[in-house]
Design a protein around this ligand. Structure first.
Ligand code: PGA
Length: 249
């Protein structure tokens, strides 16, 4: 049985006081070590304050993005070392909003993946197809390409630090969730690709979260699927009740 991960992606929401208030409620409600991992990814500005709130709590901290260089003249960017300094253990990389709205290519995602691992962060590596790609039957080819590019030059020692997230772009923030069957099929494919790249020992225990309009009502049926090991949650992670409902799936 793979220990599931439930991760909150707060995107560009929440001031520092709002982020602290929600983190406090999560810390208090989930104070005992659970049989699942809980992660929150606040915006950069709230990382330090949320990290202080979560000290000693099993709720863990992630950033939503980073730059691949260690430091330099990169106005507006944040390095892996800065995220570690702010208390992060994880970083979300390759999110479809980064790829589609901010022009991140597979090559850029790969540089970030390698820099994050080298610095000691654990990447949450996101992949997923658009609606047009699904409708034209290209889903598996797209996933295969994103895996190939994103994991380029990441060896079997380092891949153990990576958590995966399958997020069909057409299901993100749309209220339209992949059916458990559609999600399972994609997750199975991802695990098979990991098996052929890294072998059974690494692929079988790999955590592959599903993301895309997860809510307390659909979390259970998604998580019942054999290859779905958690959820990366956007909209429904912004309120305590709905995120707690998903954690308790
Ligand atoms: P959503 O976002 O839950 O609002 O669809 C998921 C994500 O983008 O990670």
């Amino acid at each position: 049985m793979i220990r599931p991960m439930i991760a909150a992606n707060w995107k560009m929401y929440k001031t520092i006081p709002e982020a602290v208030a929600l983190a406090q409620r999560l810390r208090d409600a989930f104070a005992e070590p659970e049989d699942r991992d809980i992660v929150v990814a606040p915006p950069f500005t709230a990382l330090g304050s949320v990290s202080a709130i979560l000290k000693g709590s099993p709720v863990r901290l992630s950033a939503q993005n980073m730059h691949w260089e260690a430091q330099g003249a990169y106005t507006g960017e944040i390095s892996a070392a800065m995220l570690i300094d702010a208390g992060c253990e994880f970083v979300i990389l390759g999110h479809s909003e980064r790829r589609t709205l901010f022009g991140e290519t597979g090559g850029m995602v790969n540089r970030k993946m390698r820099a994050a691992i080298q610095a000691g962060l654990k990447p949450i590596f996101c992949i997923g197809e658009t609606l047009e790609q699904r409708q034209s039957g290209a889903t598996f080819a797209v996933l295969e390409e994103q895996i190939k590019e994103g994991l380029n030059n990441i060896d079997s020692g380092d891949i153990r630090r990576v958590t995966f997230a399958y997020e069909p772009v057409w299901a993100i923030g749309t209220g339209e969730t992949a059916t458990p069957g559609q999600a399972q099929e994609a997750h199975r494919f991802i695990r098979e690709r990991l098996t052929s790249l890294y072998g059974e020992d690494i692929a079988s225990p790999a955590v592959i979260m599903y993301g895309g309009s997860v809510n307390p009502g659909n979390a259970g049926s998604l998580m019942e699927q054999p290859d779905i090991n958690g959820a990366l949650v956007g909209g429904a992670s912004l309120e305590f009740e709905s995120f707690a409902g998903i954690i308790r799936f």
